[in-house]
Design a binder for this molecule. Structure first.
Ligand SMILES: [Zn+2]
Ligand SMILES: [Zn+2]
Ligand SMILES: [Zn+2]
Length: 453
C-alpha cells in the first residue's frame, strides 16, 4: 500500500518541489503526544493549512498535473460530495430545552431537541448536566502550585500588562507594548524556523501556516482586562469570543450524535469563534480518579500544556521574571501536563462535535502572565463555515482507536465509514484537492441559495 502521504512517489515530490510541507513524511505530532510512542496523524489539519496557505490558482495548477487515473477518480468523488452540501433544517415544531444555557444575557445560547416529538419522551442527557462557566479557573484546594503561581504573577515584574491606551496608542505592532512584544516573541519562539507565523490579532484571521504541531506552535499572547486598554485593542485574539460576536445554537437532530453547536451566520476561516473553558487540572490528579470517572473526564479534557516542555522553559528564561516565580514556572513545565477539563464546569465549547474532517482547531492564548493558570483555549475556524454547519474539531490521538469503531461524524473521510475506503486511504494531497472541491461547491450553493435570493 502506498503510504498515506503519497509523497514516496518521485512524481509528486518533483511537482511539489517548492511545497516543502508535503515532502516531509513525518506528518505527525510527537510533541502533542508528550513524546510518547503513539503519534497523531495531522493530515486533515495539514490539508486545511495547505489550502489556506496557497492560492487557488496554485492548487488548481497542481490538480491539472495529476495523472489520468486520478482524474477519473475525481469525477466519481464529485457526485458523492453533493450529499455533504445540504445543511440541516430543523422541524417547524422544536422542543426548547432552555432559552439560554449560559445565564449570561449578552451571550444567549438556546438549546433545542429535534429528535423527540412529545415532551414526555424528552430525556435530558448527562451531557447537558454541567455548570456553565465563561472562563477557565483553578481549584484553590486541589492545585496549590497553580494558586501559588497566580499569587506570584501579581507582582509587577511577573505581570505582562500594558498602558498603551493611556497614551492613546493601539497595542498590535506597537514595539513598546509588552503584551504585543510577548505575543510576537512567543510566535517566533514556538514556530519552526523560517515558517510564516500566524497572526494573533483581535480581528485579522488566525491562519495556521505550518502543519507541524499545530496546537503547540500556534500560540499567542493577548491584552487583558488588567491592561489600560482592557483588552479592547487590536492585540486580543480573545476579543471576538469574549464579545460573543457570533450567535450560537445548541441542538440535537440525531439520537446517535448527541448535541451539536452551530451558528446561523457565515463565519470566515481564521476566526476564533468560542473559548473552550473548564477547570485547569494536572493530569496526574485525574489519573487518581476511579476508572469510570477517569474515562468520563477523559472524553472532554483538552491539553493546554505539554510535558517536559524545554522550548517553553527556554522562552520563560528570556522574560526577566523574579527568580522564585521563574523557578516555579520551570517546575510546572517539567514532567507535567495540564488540561482544561469541562466535565463539571464548562461552556459551549464542550458541545462541539468530533469530526475526522473538522472545521475548528483549538489554539492556546496566554494573558497577564505565563503559568498554566494563565492559558485560554480558543476554537478557531480552519475553513469558511457556512450558516447552519455544526462546529467540530478532531478530538485527537486519545480517540483515534475508538473512532475506528464509533465515529459518526459522517464526513467523507470518516475513519469509521466502511463505504469510503477510497477516501480513508487517499493520500493527503489528493484529499486536499477533494476538500478544495467541497469548498467550491459549498460556496456556489451558498451564492445560489442565499446570496442571490
Ligand atoms: Zn498595549
Ligand atoms: Zn496589554
Ligand atoms: Zn492592548
Amino acid at each position: 500500500m502506498m503510504n498515506i502521504y503519497g509523497m514516496n512517489g518521485g512524481s509528486f515530490s518533483r511537482k511539489l518541489g517548492k511545497v516543502k510541507l508535503l515532502q516531509n513524511e513525518n506528518w505527525t505530532n510527537e510533541r502533542f503526544m508528550g513524546g510518547g510512542a503513539r503519534k497523531i496523524n495531522l493530515r486533515f489539519l495539514a490539508l486545511k493549512t495547505f489550502l489556506a496557505r496557497f492560492s487557488e490558482a496554485e492548487v488548481a495548477h497542481t490538480a491539472l498535473e495529476m495523472d489520468d487515473k486520478k482524474k477519473k477518480k475525481d469525477v466519481k468523488v464529485k457526485s458523492d460530495l453533493q450529499d455533504y452540501l445540504n445543511q440541516y433544517k430543523p422541524p417547524d415544531q422544536r422542543i426548547l430545552i432552555t432559552e439560554n444555557i449560559t445565564f449570561n444575557e449578552l451571550d444567549q445560547i438556546p438549546v433545542y431537541c429535534d429528535v423527540t416529538e412529545k415532551l414526555e419522551d424528552l430525556v435530558i442527557p448527562e451531557r447537558l448536566a454541567f455548570d456553565y462557566v465563561d472562563c477557565s479557573f483553578v481549584n484553590k484546594e486541589l492545585e496549590p502550585d497553580l494558586v501559588k503561581a497566580i499569587k506570584m504573577s501579581e507582582k509587577e515584574s511577573n505581570q505582562i500588562i500594558c498602558d498603551c491606551a493611556v497614551h492613546d496608542l493601539l497595542c498590535y505592532e506597537n514595539v513598546n507594548c509588552p503584551c504585543f512584544k510577548t505575543n510576537k516573541a512567543m510566535r517566533e519562539h514556538f514556530s519552526e524556523k523560517n515558517s510564516k507565523q500566524s497572526a494573533f490579532h483581535s480581528l485579522n484571521p488566525i491562519l495556521i501556516s505550518s502543519p507541524f504541531n499545530i496546537a503547540y506552535e500556534n500560540c499567542g499572547f493577548a491584552c487583558s482586562d488588567e491592561c489600560a486598554c482592557e483588552g479592547k485593542c487590536d492585540n486580543n485574539s480573545l476579543l471576538i469570543p469574549h464579545r460573543y460576536l457570533f450567535p450560537l445554537e445548541i441542538y440535537r437532530n440525531d439520537i446517535d450524535m448527541g448535541f451539536l453547536v452551530r451558528s446561523p451566520v457565515f463565519i470566515p476561516a481564521g476566526t476564533p469563534v468560542m473559548e473552550y473553558t473548564g477547570e485547569i487540572v494536572d493530569y496526574e490528579r485525574l489519573r487518581k480518579l476511579d476508572k469510570f470517572d477517569f474515562e468520563e473526564h477523559k472524553s472532554y479534557i483538552l491539553k493546554c500544556t505539554y510535558e517536559d516542555d524545554a522550548v517553553f522553559r527556554e522562552f520563560l528564561k528570556t522574560l526577566n521574571f523574579t527568580k522564585d516565580y521563574e523557578k516555579l514556572l520551570l517546575k510546572l513545565y517539567t514532567n507535567k501536563n495540564f488540561y482544561i477539563d469541562p466535565t463539571n464546569f464548562g461552556n459551549v465549547g464542550r458541545m462541539a462535535a468530533h469530526s475526522c474532517c473538522p472545521n475548528l482547531e483549538v489554539l492556546r492564548v496566554y494573558r497577564k502572565s505565563l503559568s498554566p493558570a494563565h492559558v485560554s483555549l480558543i476554537m478557531v475556524t480552519i475553513e469558511d463555515v457556512y450558516p447552519g454547519t455544526p462546529f467540530s474539531f478532531d478530538y485527537g490521538p486519545e480517540y483515534a482507536e475508538k473512532l475506528k469503531d464509533y465515529c459518526k461524524c459522517g464526513t467523507f473521510a470518516c475513519r469509521n465509514n466502511q463505504k469510503t475506503d477510497e477516501f480513508k486511504n487517499m493520500d493527503s494531497h489528493n484529499l486536499s484537492l477533494v476538500i478544495e472541491k467541497i469548498h467550491k461547491l459549498r460556496h456556489q450553493a451558498y451564492k445560489k441559495e442565499v446570496l442571490r435570493k
